[in-house]
Design a protein around this ligand. Sequence first.
Ligand code: FAD
Length: 427
Amino acid sequence: MLEIIEESCTGCGICVDKCPFNALEMKDEVAVVNENKCTLCGVCVEACPVDAMEIEDKQENTSQVDLSAYDGVWVLAEQRSNKLLDVSLELVSEARKLADELDEEVSAVLLGDDIEHGAQELIAYGADHVYLIEDEALKDYRTNAYTHVTAELIEEYKPEIVLLGATHNGRDLGPRLASRLETGLTADCTELAIDQEKEILLQTRPAFGGNLMATIICPDHRPQMSTVRPGVMVKSEPDYSRTGNITKAEVDLGDEIESEVKNRIFNINSHLHDAEIFTRIKEIVKEASESVNLEEAEIIVAGGRGVGEPERFTVIEELASELGGEVGASRAVVDEGWIAQEHQVGQTGKTVQPKLYIACGISGAIQHRAGMENSDYIIAINTDKDAEIFNVCDYGIVGDLHEIVPLLCKAFKGEGDNQTKEEVVAS
Ligand code: FAD
């Protein structure tokens, strides 16, 4: 609850202006809070110059959950076609850091069929323990089967923290698990840390369209669950000499899941027919668009509105092709329909970590930067010397991209001044 300390309030009105929810007003030169509108976001508390506002800390554990029964940091690993996704290795690396701070163990859960090699890889990246569940029915992700098996494991072993990739499957599984386990879930975290004093997970993510970073906690329920997008956390160096335990768990799928789901859905919505409820994978058809692999690309050449018009995007494609890289884009040009959404980099696009990111005609809005700031080297080309992108780049070129990009292409082709591609990169 937000408390106004009336004797300290000077009636300056700063809090009223700052409140994003119009939950404050001035009455008789004292701030008054409308509790129906206040979300306890804390912006007013930060803004108050005389410390006249306080958010009452809810110390009480209202959930009656025995928090001490929970222990360990878990990663729900993901595989496609029996190959671990990079995001799972990134999360295990991050889980290792969190677990070391808590002096706890890292466990990974791996579901699939014929995927034991994946368990070894998870150990090399920092897992102490892998719960390996192999079954033909788990070969490919299916909502009911994966939710059922993972929830059972979590209920039995009670991890303190559970991390998932914010992939299509992770975004499907995470909320279902959180609901079934009656806990919270923070989606799309960009930073995870441990509050040393309270020993709880601090889950930071962009809020209000990326204009504010919010740190979210889950103090009364367990596990504390977060999803993290691919490319946000950094993979550690694997150590293939590391050893760990692999627990192979048996699961009873099939009838059990079907009857459980049937009961649940029929209770809520009795007119649904079986055929509308159960999922069977008949065939997996890969979209041609999967050829855009921005998250794992080492070089990305990205174009923004500064390219001018869709036809002129070829200049970006040519440089990307010359460097053996992928084409990225800002949301502005995706929204304009110049290029497909799978090329979008940023808060609502992909998070990338290439060795080289060349931003051409991109202003560098916070939502774009959120997806590319972790690139090893950033080169920006922009006509506006004050463009925000120049604040995050390693090398900036002020000028028209339509003049500069073809020159770079020529140089990389070795048509410039007899330099090789390697020499151009080095210079
Ligand atoms: P502009 O901002 O219009 O910038 C164009 C730049 O090109 C300018 O800096 C200009 O100086 C330069 N320029 C012009 N002509 C030339 C030339 N000939 N040569 C060189 N430079 C030139 N954006 C994203 O990119 N990714 C996201 O995921 C994303 N998510 C968002 C989520 C939310 C909730 C919101 C509110 C916004 C989001 N945005 C996102 C949009 C973001 O705020 C910006 O609007 C967008 O990034 C701007 O794209 P841009 O830099 O291409 O265009």
